[in-house]
Design a protein around this ligand. Structure first.
Ligand code: NIG
Ligand code: FE
Length: 394
């Protein structure tokens, strides 16, 4: 739901990241110095030099700090119950991550009431918003029955329009040894029940989850039901996920941790975004994706949190930016772009992830003079103020 408020002037901005290369310094971030911005009716109504700013109903003095588009977190799993802190501790002591813990969360989620699940989704959504995330994608995937997947999506829809049906997360225990029967359920009755609550469909295409033929059957059924496509691809090892995502015209191939040259070439010649989730590599102590090879090949890269109780329990896009810079050798500018404009591309949105007249008035005001500080000051809560749909968040 879009709230309405009076017009808001954000005055005295030291550095404005617009992601409009036609503006400011002409870089992909379209950096404007000494700028101001006016939001009205949820949209950006005016951007220009600080000295020439028009009046508005409310004014926020940025104090010469940096302002950037709100983060677009295009990959999160917020509908779950239970806690896997012990699994994390075991990994830090040397246990590998296999994705097997997903079934632990499925059991806890099925056992939870709507109110408990709603409380978690709402809490995590609010936590992300405070850290500057104004657009967030939320997946189902911890229900894995017709009823539990549908209610997960219904609850996700209460906090975002960007909902994704991930009935094909893993084969649930009761279908062990009968994965094709589960695939038929997912692409049949479960999809019919879930589709009205989802914009996207996603499949975990990985050894131990769903193979190429199963993933393709589910994604094609999702497309036929009017859903856009996303794929959890090449997270735990090399595989067909990325190429399948490209072949089916998916909006995004997510993880991309284990890529071949052919995978990178396929992405480069496509409109499929490579969404990198460095929080997962951090929390599973795994190698990081080769972001430099993707960028060198001209692939569009997004950064997202993968917020979930198993492989990446962070809702912080600034943390992911810091990891991308330190661990994946992205420049701070590339990482900030990927966390804003890149996420918008991964969700096929052009109204978010940039600051332009007519676009959504979603922005983050930092307690810092430039976007560089997001990577330079890791772990510091640098987001001072957020405007969401033109409304200042308190
Ligand atoms: O994106 N890879 C599959 N799904 C999640 C992990 C979920 C979990 O461990 O609970 C991911 O990393
Ligand atoms: Fe994920």
């Amino acid at each position: 739901m879009i709230e309405r408020s009076g017009s808001v002037l954000v005055a005295n901005i030291g550095e404005l990241v617009t992601n409009d290369p036609e503006r400011g310094d002409g870089s992909p971030l379209g950096l404007c110095r000494d700028a101001a911005l006016v939001a009205a009716d949820g949209r950006v109504a005016w951007i220009g030099p600080a000295a020439g700013a028009p009046a508005a109903d409310t004014a926020i003095d940025a104090g010469r700090a940096a302002v950037l588009p709100g983060f677009v977190d295009s990959h999160a799993h917020l509908v779950f119950a239970g806690d896997r802190a012990a699994e994390f501790a075991a990994r830090m002591a040397g246990e590998p991550y296999t994705g097997g813990g997903i079934r632990t969360t499925v059991a806890a989620t099925r056992a939870a009431g709507d109110e408990a699940l709603r409380a978690t989704v709402t809490r995590l959504r609010a936590e992300a918003l405070r850290q500057g995330t104004t657009t967030i994608e939320v997946k189902s995937g911890y229900g894995l029955t017709v009823t539990d997947e549908t209610r997960s999506l219904r609850l996700a829809r209460e906090v975002t329009e960007e909902t994704t049906f991930l009935g094909a997360h893993v084969v649930p225990t009761e279908y062990a040894g009968r994965s094709d029967e589960y695939v038929d359920l997912v692409r049949g009755e479960m999809l019919r029940s879930a589709a009205g609550h989802a914009r996207w469909i996603d499949v975990f295409c990985e050894r131990g989850a769903f193979d190429e033929a199963q993933a393709e059957a589910i994604l094609r059924a999702g497309a036929a039901a009017g859903l856009g496509l996303r794929v959890h691809a090449n997270q735990l090892g090399p595989g067909p996920g990325v190429r399948l995502a490209v072949a089916l015209g998916a909006a995004s191939a997510d993880h991309c941790t284990h890529l071949s040259t052919m995978d990178i070439e396929a992405l480069a010649g496509s409109s499929t975004v490579a969404t990198l989730l460095p929080g997962a590599e951090f929390a599973t102590r795994s190698r990081y994706p080769d972001a430099r090879a993707l960028l060198a090949a001209g692939v569009t890269v997004a950064l997202a949190t993968d917020c979930n109780p198993g492989s990446s329990y962070t809702s912080s896009m600034p943390f992911c930016i810091a990891l991308a810079v330190r661990e994946m050798r992205m420049s701070p500018a590339e990482a900030v772009w990927a966390a804003t404009a890149g996420g918008a591309r991964a969700l096929r949105r052009d109204d978010v992830g940039r600051l332009a007249v007519g676009g959504r008035a979603d922005l983050a005001l930092l307690d810092a003079p430039s976007h560089l500080h997001l990577a330079y000051r890791p772990g510091v809560p640098l987001v001072r103020r957020v405007l969401h749909n033109g409304v200042p968040i308190t």
